[in-house]
Design a protein around this ligand. Structure first.
Ligand code: NAD
Ligand code: UDP
Length: 322
């Protein structure tokens, strides 16, 4: 990459699962990367290999508080993503979403930076349109246990579009569907990491409900590619755009696949379905295909293989060697 093309890029939530993969890509492309994180769910381990790089800088900061920086682009990812973590302190989750968005949009406005928001398929709630298109307004409980996240992300989208209309901030909004891969937190309660960690330690696999609810699982490398294409795409296409893998699986099918691919002796046990757990989820990715030329390339078996291999190393080395 030529020198004049390098940009100073802020990644909030950069020490988390997706953020650390994004930092990897941006550092490798030669950009000056500022990784901001309060380490609520992220870890130094995820970005330890970047710390010695001359074009990488780590800032410990809580996004609920203002921050003043000079940057060209902002990827706003700071927010716990797993239900266990975002429900641990729901008020804080809302503050991170709303205050974080306001602080980052204010920064973008001041320094004229382009800013991308990591929104979520949760804005569709328990969807009655299937698969979900971006034009669907969703079916979200405003007062349930998932609302701090769902409504926080919905309000953040509103803020992005109001800053765009009112202040001409150059925005991008992506709606991420369940994404998995290496560096997911082993205890964060999300289904792929839970099942793999349980299988690798021959514990029971905990399926919530009857396991008939569906999800679409996107491998992390595909997601990061889509995110970067969206940031670098034309200013006329600001989103929201769905990014996810349209392959749809029941949770029971996922459990069976993980048992088969790990060769585990685990049995499947059924636990109560959490409140407001969406029954189905599958992205319509026509918009992303047409506007970004993007589609996922890694199927579930292959992505699970890579993720299982990561967790094996993590467990065998006590986290030292990944
Ligand atoms: P993650 O929990 O691994 O990463 C979130 C990061 O944000 C962590 O490093 C955490 O420490 C940091 N953070 C949280 N609160 C913060 C605060 N107040 N100040 C500064 N940093 C803070 O989750 P992830 O899967 O990497 O998700 C990243 C983003 O993508 C989130 O905004 C999430 O809502 C969104 N998203 C992810 C998925 C997915 O399937 N992974 C799906 C939809 C949306
Ligand atoms: N799930 C499960 N067992 C687990 C963790 C999750 O059956 O140990 C289910 C959960 O009820 C949901 C699906 O898997 O239906 C995906 O859950 P996750 O927390 O990964 O993401 P989200 O519900 O936000 O899509």
């Amino acid at each position: 990459m030529k020198l004049h093309e390098t940009r100073r890029i802020l990644v909030t939530g950069g020490a988390g699962f997706l953020g650390s993969h994004l930092c990897d890509r941006l550092v490798a492309e030669g950009h000056e990367v500022l990784c901001l994180d309060n380490f609520f769910t992220g870890t130094r381990r995820n970005i330890a290999h970047l710390l010695a790089k001359p074009n990488f800088e780590l800032i410990r900061h809580d996004l609920a508080q203002p921050v003043f920086l000079e940057v060209d682009e902002i990827y706003n990812l700071a927010c716990p993503a797993s239900p266990v973590h975002y429900q641990y302190n729901p008020v804080k989750t809302i503050k991170t979403n709303i205050m974080g968005a306001i602080h980052m949009l204010g920064l973008a406005k001041r320094v004229k930076a382009k800013i991308l928001q990591a929104s979520t398929s949760e804005v569709y709630g328990n969807p009655v349109i299937h698969p979900q298109t971006e034009s669907y307004w969703g079916n979200v409980n405003p007062i349930g246990i998932r609302s701090c996240y769902d409504e926080g992300k919905r309000c953040a989208e509103t803020l992005f579009f109001d800053y765009y209309r009112q202040n001409n901030v150059n925005i991008r909004v992506i709606r991420i569907f369940n994404t998995y891969g290496p560096r997911m937190h082993p205890n964060d309660g999300r289904v792929v990491s839970n099942f793999i960690v349980q299988a690798l330690s021959n514990q029971d696999i905990t399926v919530f409900g009857e396991g008939a609810q569906t999800r679409s699982f996107c491998y992390v490398d595909d997601l990061i590619e889509g995110m970067i294409r969206m940031m670098n795409g034309p200013d006329s296409f600001i989103g929201p755009v769905n990014l996810g893998n349209p392959g749809e699986f029941t949770i029971l099918e996922l459990a069976e696949k993980v048992i088969r691919q790990t060769g585990a002796r685990s049995k499947i046990v059924f636990k109560p379905l959490p409140q407001d757990d969406p029954l189905q989820r599958k992205p319509d990715i026509t918009l992303a295909a047409e506007n970004l030329g993007w589609a996922p390339t890694v199927n579930l078996e292959e992505g699970l293989e890579r993720t299982i291999s990561y967790f094996k190393t993590l467990i065998n080395t006590g986290g030292k060697n990944v």
